[in-house]
Design a binder for this molecule. Sequence first.
Ligand code: F0G
Length: 456
Amino acid sequence: MKTVIEPFKIKSIEPIALTTYEQRKKLIKDAFYNTFYLKSEDITIDLLTDSGTTAMSARQWGKLMEGDESYAGSKSYYKFENAVKDFTNFKHIIPTHQGRAAERILFSILGGKGKVIPSNTHFDTTRGNIEYSEALAVDFPAEGGTDPAKLGDFKGNMDIKSLEQMIKKVGKKNIPLCMITVTNNSGGGQPVSMKNIRDTKNLLKKYGIPLYIDCCRFAENCYFIKMREKGYRNKTIKEIAREMFSYADGCTMSAKKDGLSNTGGFIGTNDDGFAGKAKTLLIITEGFITYGGLARRDLEALAVGFEEVFDENYLRYRIEQVKYFGDRLIEQGVPILVPTGGHAVYLDAKRFASHIKPEFYPGQSITCEIFKVGGIRAVEIGSVMFGKKDEKGKHIAPPMELVRCAVPRRVYTNSHIDYTVEAITEVYNNRKKLKGMKIVWEPSFLRHFTAKFDYV
Ligand code: F0G
């Protein structure tokens, strides 16, 4: 059979809102034209994020009842630790309530003024935590990684040559670690090849710089390695994951993605000295070392999530659903970032609304219109999220202007996807009517979450 189906049936349902165009026009205006201010009860299809929005399995829901809510030494922690060690093999597994808490601990200890942290592409909270520590976050996406129209198997790769040049220039003592984000979220959910991870590790080894993987979508990345990289077709996803983590000295994870759960995260590391400091910080700000700010029942759900995510039938459905979404848009002529990545379809706002300059936020304008037409919530990943200003106040645009339509895991069927494609196509066919936008208020940090907009 060629048709890839959801390898599950639905046991419990949650109603979604069906509203009118007039209602949605008012709702988005009242939300200051920022989809983060919308109430979820007013949304028809919520593609804001794939993070923490997973539908848990019946087994996970059952396991919640087994949560051992002890403050210290909870047996739920040990189940979680075993599950994570099984594929990462890190010596220390430090639970956190989500990914950014892991990042904050990592960079409070290893960041700081004068330090430089390279990556293939840092996610926004990772960058935020690095910059908050006053270190410098730099991205080295490989060639083609910032060209939405260019096809490639591993567009998430690190540009190793530029990384080495930077190491030579800055000096290894100023680089406490290097990160690789799998899949590369800000770069379009694109995978990183095993070869690229191995080569990066070999380079870093030469300079004595540790490699940490930002691994929230590791299983999706491993599935791409299996399908696209020579020599991996006959390996299991777990074998591929084990090899991937064997090249790393540590990791941070937002388990809200490939942990197939609604909350959670962790730091994995082989470094005893760092682990000691991290555990102290954890106790001060997150919780004891056997729960790290999580309810112990959440650790139970995660332990099961880390089994289910290795199911290849699940991963095939997951990656194929995102591809189905992208392919239907391409059929309609809508410009998207190609090939489709692991967790989202990214509209290429530069080509979609080519009449709007980056300083007038084409992606934000598209995002608002998609909500008005279909009640669909997406998010801008472009000049709103990453734009900067030079000394004269002139807009510096990031390399890509994208709108991300993230697909929650196990939540929507392909008829929800068809509906979304119809709405996006309608916006695209009327694209000439899209208007540029301006920011009327913004906070000093991570502005996309709370900035307020209006049309110019
Ligand atoms: N790293 C990556 C690559 C991420 O995509 C995220 C979160 C984090 C770290 C932080 O994890 O949210 O658990 O604190 N990404 C979500 C998203 C928010 O929508 O892409 P967190």
